[in-house]
Design a protein around this ligand. Structure first.
Ligand SMILES: [Zn+2]
Length: 226
């Protein structure tokens, strides 16, 4: 699921009363479209007085709305960020970003709520695979003159496919090239997870495949011969 602000707000309220006795003040919620993190609590630390006091304020709770994740994980992410918020809004300082205070709260809520909150802001490998399952990739299957087969995943936009196709042919098949020539490129639009292992870009790089017969080659969109 991809959470909405209303969804996050409703869960914030429910978790606040269940796990913190409703003690957390309301916080602005924003959706994030970052690739790198699932959630984040941001705030400013303002100096107070002359002798080194600080106060955390201007809190914002951000939850990722770019990646389609299992609902459980979205909920655990909200809880994870609420623990950060709980610590910061009480003006406590933990001994590291997921230090003793954080872990104590995490254990308590995991036990009381039968949750699976972790100290990671990032996706595990299997979550990443789940998250990208619905993604359709443009896959070039590159057949070389010497019989070898290579794969390249290109961002799934016509202009990227066209650009890469032309550029890779120019690169490999230019006169007197010392690279093995390409005999033909097949294009495939695939949502098979197999292709998630290849970086998606327009870089002039082709990954050779050991067993081309094992490629999951269904849904051939079109074929170009050169
Ligand atoms: Zn964290």
């Amino acid at each position: 699921m991809i959470p909405t602000i209303d969804y996050i707000q409703a869960h914030f309220d429910a978790y606040n009363s269940r796990f913190w006795g409703g003690s957390l003040p309301p916080v602005p919620v924003k959706l994030s479209h970052a690739k790198g993190f699932l959630g984040k609590v941001t705030f400013t630390r303002r100096r107070q007085g002359l002798f080194g006091g600080y106060r955390n304020e201007n809190f914002v709770l951000r939850i990722n709305a770019r990646i389609d994740l299992p609902e459980e994980l979205v909920q655990d992410t909200i809880l994870h960020e609420m623990i950060h918020y709980y610590i910061a809004v009480n003006q406590w300082r933990d001994n590291s970003s997921h230090g003793e205070l954080f872990r104590r709260e995490m254990k308590r809520i995991n036990a009381e709520g039968n949750r699976h909150i972790t100290i990671s802001h990032r996706l595990t490998e299997s979550q990443r695979t789940q998250a990208v399952r619905h993604k359709t990739r443009a896959v070039a299957i590159v057949h070389f003159e010497d019989g070898k087969t290579g794969i390249k995943v290109v961002p799934n936009k016509p202009q990227h496919i066209q650009y890469w196709h032309r550029a890779v042919m120019r690169t490999f098949n230019r006169p007197f090239s010392r690279l093995t020539q390409i005999s033909r490129i097949e294009w495939l639009l695939s949502d098979n997870d197999y292709f998630a292992r290849f970086p998606s870009s327009v870089a002039m790089r082709v990954y050779l495949i050991d067993n081309p017969s094992e490629l999951p080659l269904t849904k051939t969109k079109n074929e170009k011969n050169n």
